[in-house]
Design a protein around this ligand. Structure first.
Ligand code: GDP
Length: 472
């Protein structure tokens, strides 16, 4: 790499290193001071690149007021499991798919747009708190409005409280959708009074949080809910500059067998165009093609528009920020720099508790045939499914022990528990918040992220069977 950058022959660089007493091979990493010495010996000029230099390529200039144009609001639906998040998202989509597309095949790309009174609204179609929390923990704030769904026959439940906490922490305004109003046992006033205890005072209780009674099943109140959202959006005066280089956030990403890595990107500022070169987290790429939420090819996507992007060199993670840059060389350099920085950080974690190390430890100690793990998932259902799958792994000689399973982002408390037990943390559709990430880095606790249960189960199976050196 060094030879390459100086346009010198590798053999000459290796020779120069040897003459300086460093027996390096072609692929060995040398420290910055040595590199500097060699560069000077070859008569080249040294420019030390810092974090800031690399990242500076990204256009972070503030937009002038006159360049800012109104943009659609981005809405996330949150609430307790089974209170109707998915049903409500489906009901809104079915009732309001952007004009002309009704009846068309809608594609799940993690977000969709509907039209209300000629204005667009963007819904993040990833129910659960995962999207919201994971995005925030990775530095992307994509949600403008939270719709808090509370079932009228169940009132405020633990994840309702959690959702309120998330919305408040992110400083995002809330609208309460009191769902299942069609149910005979529906008691919307109980929802309203319950919410008071959590400092959510709805309009009906003379507060300023809008509340709407809805039924995702028969469509009651949907129109009112969309109107409430539009009103809230107007108050927020959301704006972006469609004329600049695009910046966005990854909503979902996967490796598609036929198409390679694909990511659903919500454009947050600027306009993303076919052919644009970008860096996204530790990956980079060139927009080969884009599809909207209707599965239609589009050549460009402006602010608040979700698009599926093809042309990535690797799979980014949900919450990664995308920035368009000018050249491929810049994109590659930033991505490589970030990747290396992340690797160094992991390496610095030292005596890490990785699955592999656990395995080695277990092999050394014949009595240990237990693989401890911690599970955090986006919804209770997933957590339960994972725990059940974990219990099935193992036999007389080895078993997986789930120390703790819970719902929500991975926190410092989880990291503490994992460290104490020498367990890795398996996150399913959730991410670690910043303090937890730092703490895990310091303590050397491994956190693994999954979005497919089978992948998680397979990894644990592999580790467990590794303990025995046999198939399980
Ligand atoms: P989520 O876990 O919050 O996404 O909840 P779902 O959308 O999966 O809904 C949970 C259950 O409640 C499903 O069986 C839905 O059919 C039902 N449900 C959702 N909304 C309503 C509603 O407005 N009325 C009635 N009666 N049932 C509903």
């Amino acid at each position: 790499e060094l030879a390459n950058r100086m346009s010198e022959r590798v053999a000459d660089v290796v020779k120069a290193l040897m003459q300086n007493g460093i027996m390096a091979t072609q692929n060995q990493t040398i420290d910055a001071d040595t590199a500097e010495l060699i560069i000077e010996e070859f008569g080249h000029e040294v420019t030390r690149v810092s974090d800031a230099d690399v990242e500076d390529v990204i256009d972070s200039v503030q937009d002038a007021d006159e360049d800012l144009k109104p943009r659609p609001p981005v809405i996330t639906i949150m609430g307790h499991v089974d209170h109707g998040k998915t049903s409500l998202l489906d009901a809104i989509r079915n009732a309001k798919v952007v004009a002309g597309e009704a009846g068309g095949i809608t594609q799940h790309i993690g977000a969709y747009q509907v039209e209300q009174d000629g204005k667009k609204l963007t819904f993040l179609d990833t129910p659960g708190h995962a999207a919201f929390t994971s995005m925030r923990s990775r530095g992307a704030q994509v949600t403008d409005i939270v719709v808090l769904v509370v079932a009228a026959d169940d009132a405020v439940m633990p994840q309702t409280v959690e959702a309120i906490a998330h919305a408040k922490a992110a400083n995002v305004p809330m609208i309460v959708a009191i769902n299942k109003i069609d149910r005979p046992a529906a008691n919307p006033d109980k929802v309203r009074t319950d919410l008071l205890q959590h400092e959510v005072i709805v309009e009906k209780m003379s507060g300023d949080v809008q509340d709407v009674e809805v039924s995702a099943i028969n469509g009651t109140g949907l129109e009112e809910l969309l109107e409430a959202i539009s009103l809230q959006a107007e108050i927020l005066e959301l704006k972006a500059n469609p004329e600049r280089a695009a910046q966005g956030a990854v909503i979902e990403a996967k490796l598609d067998v036929g198409r390679g890595p694909v990511a659903t990107v919500l454009v947050q500022n600027g306009t993303l165009r076919q052919g644009d070169i970008f860096v996204v987290g530790e990956q980079w790429g060139k927009v080969r093609a884009m599809e909207n939420d209707q599965g239609k090819r589009v050549a460009e996507a402006g602010p608040s528009v979700p698009v599926e992007v093809l042309g990535l060199n690797g799979t980014p993670e949900a919450g990664d920020v995308l920035n368009v840059v000018e050249t491929e060389a810049q994109a590659r350099e930033i991505a490589e720099y970030r990747e290396k920085a992340a690797k160094d950080k992991r390496a610095a974690a030292g005596a890490a508790t990785t699955l592999d190390q656990l395995l080695a430890k277990a092999k050394a100690d014949e009595n240990v045939a237990e693989l401890p793990i911690l599970v955090k998932a986006d919804v209770q259902g997933s957590a339960e499914a994972i725990v059940q799958a974990m219990e099935k792994i193992g036999n007389d000689e080895v078993r997986v022990r789930v120390l703790h399973s819970g719902v929500g982002a991975i926190t410092e408390t989880d990291v503490g528990l994992a460290e104490a037990s020498g367990a890795p943390i398996m996150g399913f559709n959730v991410r670690a918040n910043a303090p937890a990430r730092n703490s895990a880095n310091q303590k050397g606790v491994e956190i693994r992220y999954y979005s497919v249960i089978y992948d998680l189960v397979d990894d644990v199976k592999a580790a467990a069977s590794g303990l025995l050196g046999a198939e399980i």
